[in-house]
Design a protein around this ligand. Structure first.
Ligand code: SF4
Length: 298
């Protein structure tokens, strides 16, 4: 379970900063923000002892709309910032809100290492299959054939299967949800928030301004809850089998889009392993910064 610093009870609205989002009307990210505040409230997260970290993009504006401490970092670098925070304060609830392009293209090199080390944080990817803030460039999750400003004749690249990737990277919680199903999204976020370790949730969050293919209407007819039958979440083989279907719909219009928790196991977090290592070698919990700085005094 996420460690609670203060046992507080706040309403979802109490997690909003008071600054109104500047997203386009109909953007899926509104729904994500709504579920995020509900999750913060249900999980009793103390806004003054927690943080929301982002990179750059439409979805990465989320920390501005939240009352928690926030860090709107630079393109692709949300995870290194979050990892630094987790190293210093491994029990603090850390939520990373990020877009698909930012996370898996520019910041793609950071993802496997944060996942395999099992840092205690939540990675909520708002996946609209495009770089939207910068006016609709192709992203790593764009389906084949998608026309964007950089692929005016249709995308010729195969999309990344981010669910399958996160499983192979060693994430201890891997899920997908849909911004058009707020109940499912909030429940999935609640589960991720309660998970001890690295929790990844891919949120299908349509961009009505630029992506006219992967829309709310499109997903509504296709999503299906895998947890109606997939109940042994520790079964990696089954999780991989289900993950393989995550991008099938891009090639077969009759294929379903899986949502739900694919995989969840409990393993020691990086913070726990580091603490144990320090105890084993007799290291101080926190360095003596004064002594370090004094060494370099002229
Ligand atoms: Fe949302 Fe797309 Fe507008 Fe960005 S451009 S705010 S993703 S609808």
């Amino acid at each position: 379970m996420t460690t609670l610093i203060n046992n507080i009870a706040l309403e979802p609205k109490d997690y909003r900063s008071g600054i109104e989002p500047t997203w386009c009307p109909g953007c899926g990210d509104f729904s994500v923000l709504n579920s995020l505040t509900q999750t913060m409230s249900a999980s009793k997260i103390d806004p003054f002892n927690s943080v929301v970290v982002s990179g750059i993009g439409c979805s990465s504006r989320t920390p501005l709309w939240m009352k928690n401490y926030g860090f709107h970092s630079v393109h692709g670098r949300a995870l290194p910032v979050a990892v630094g925070m987790a190293l210093v304060n491994p029990d603090m609830p850390i939520t990373v809100t990020i877009g698909d392009g930012d996370c898996f293209s520019i910041g793609g090199g950071h993802v496997p290492h944060a996942a395999r080390r099992n840092f205690n944080m939540r990675l909520f990817v708002m996946d609209n299959q495009a770089f939207a803030l910068t006016k609709n460039q192709v992203s790593p999750t764009s389906r084949e054939g998608l026309k964007t400003s950089t692929t005016p004749f249709g995308n010729i690249d195969a999309p990344m299967n981010t669910i399958a990737l996160m499983l192979s990277y060693g994430a201890t919680f891997v899920a997908q949800t849909f911004a058009g199903n707020p109940k499912h999204m909030t429940e999935t976020m609640n589960k991720a928030m309660a998970h001890k370790g690295f929790a990844f949730v891919n949120i299908l969050s349509p961009c009505p301004t630029f992506n006219k293919t992967d829309t709310f209407v499109y997903y509504r007819g296709r999503v299906h809850d895998i947890n109606e039958t997939h109940t042994d979440l520790t079964n990696m083989a089954k999780a991989q089998e289900l993950a393989a279907t995550a991008i099938e719909h891009g090639y077969d219009e009759n294929a379903k889009v899986p949502i739900g928790v694919f995989y969840q196991v409990e393993k020691p977090t990086y913070g726990e392993k580091l603490k144990a290592l320090k105890e084993r070698v007799g290291a101080k919990d926190k360095p003596d910064f004064k002594a370090i700085f004094d060494q370099y005094k002229p």
